[in-house]
Design a protein around this ligand. Sequence first.
Ligand SMILES: Cc1cc2nc3c(=O)[nH]c(=O)nc-3n(C[C@H](O)[C@H](O)[C@H](O)COP(=O)(O)OP(=O)(O)OC[C@H]3O[C@@H](n4cnc5c(N)ncnc54)[C@H](O)[C@@H]3O)c2cc1C
Length: 385
Amino acid sequence: MNYDVEHTEIRESVARLCADFPGEYWRKCDREQAYPKEFVAALTEAGYLGALIPEEFGGSGLSISAGASILEEIHKSGCNAAACHAQMYTMGTVLRHGSEAQKQQYLPGIADGSVRLQAFGVTEPTSGTDTTALRTAARLEDDTYIVNGQKIWTSRAEHSDLMLLLCRTTPKDQVVKRTDGLSVLLVDMRECDDKSLSIRPIRTMMNHATTEVFFDNMRVPKSSLIGEEGKGFRYILSGMNAERILIASECIGDAKWFISKSSTYASERSVFGRPIGQNQGVQFPIAKAYSQMRAAELMLKEAIRLYEAGGNPGEEANLAKMLAADASWVAAEACVQTHGGFGFAEEYDIERKFREARLYQVAPISTNLILSYIAEHVLGMPRSY
Ligand SMILES: Cc1cc2nc3c(=O)[nH]c(=O)nc-3n(C[C@H](O)[C@H](O)[C@H](O)COP(=O)(O)OP(=O)(O)OC[C@H]3O[C@@H](n4cnc5c(N)ncnc54)[C@H](O)[C@@H]3O)c2cc1C
């Protein structure tokens, strides 16, 4: 399936929408570390964030390739989908594992944007990548879970109504496998008071609306449990291929933006009486970034093809995410270098995109953890952790 060709119309209309949000807009948000609410509202209104929700729940019922095209186009246009991409895919856990009542209650609102589900609480300060060591615990008392603990890097929590929360419902020493005993709660943050749920923003090198979240005897109705108690880890894992594919698409979009900026500037900027792009020392890093981007894009298309055929492309989705993040970073580096001093000037947007692109080496999964997945699950080498 060639999703480039298939979603041309979607891509064109996303590009038109993005044209209303030029570099100036993002620079202002960046400077103030402000949430790009106008941009998010425009995407919501156009229905793009409900693209993957089935039509029976009010969404567009589009395939993952359409979601990938939307996100790629946003990044290729110089915008940043990180403020809202999770609204597109976090609902997948509810869709796949939620009860019929939960789907009826939440999905239509998520589809039309009146309910925001874009906070995903997994990472904790002490456990980090070692998810099964997380400490946030939920204890059932009658029909209510009492939640205590802390999350970190819970992005967009201040701009979300619901949070998908992974917590321990059975202590680690009472389960056979460490992945057991974790559960997913769909927390309605609108119903929690400030004392039991507090959110503190974390300022980061790019404008990302990320936070740390504290739970102090937070009361969550039992009806918020997604699926079966104790099986939450596998529910979270089941959404990983989609997340990897969508983030890889953003990285491909970033890489295309950097490459286009670089090749244009290299052809126009004249030093020593000729365009700098005439020097192979300037051309080659851009051409190399392009070749890496195209290779990553092919892997991404393969991951999408397998995903849409109903497969479980763990290998391809992980490789696509890693290769695309690497390609965007190589392209970012080439772009700064091509622009010389201007690469550092705010008004060129390159330094902003450079900071934004760096994240994908670390989140939502770090490069090392992808390599370790490949080593263990694809190549059959011994488990390292
Ligand atoms: C801006 C931002 C937004 C984020 N948004 C969210 C969010 O919305 N929700 C959420 O739950 N999380 C979120 N995260 C968290 C992100 O997923 C983690 O930062 C990431 O998974 C790495 O975990 P850590 O920071 O705890 O690093 P650590 O686990 O402390 O690891 C530090 C370094 O050591 C390496 N490392 C660790 N263990 C191994 C090993 N066994 N082998 C080799 N290398 C290893 C890692 O690759 C990493 O480079 C976000 C992070 C950032 C920075």
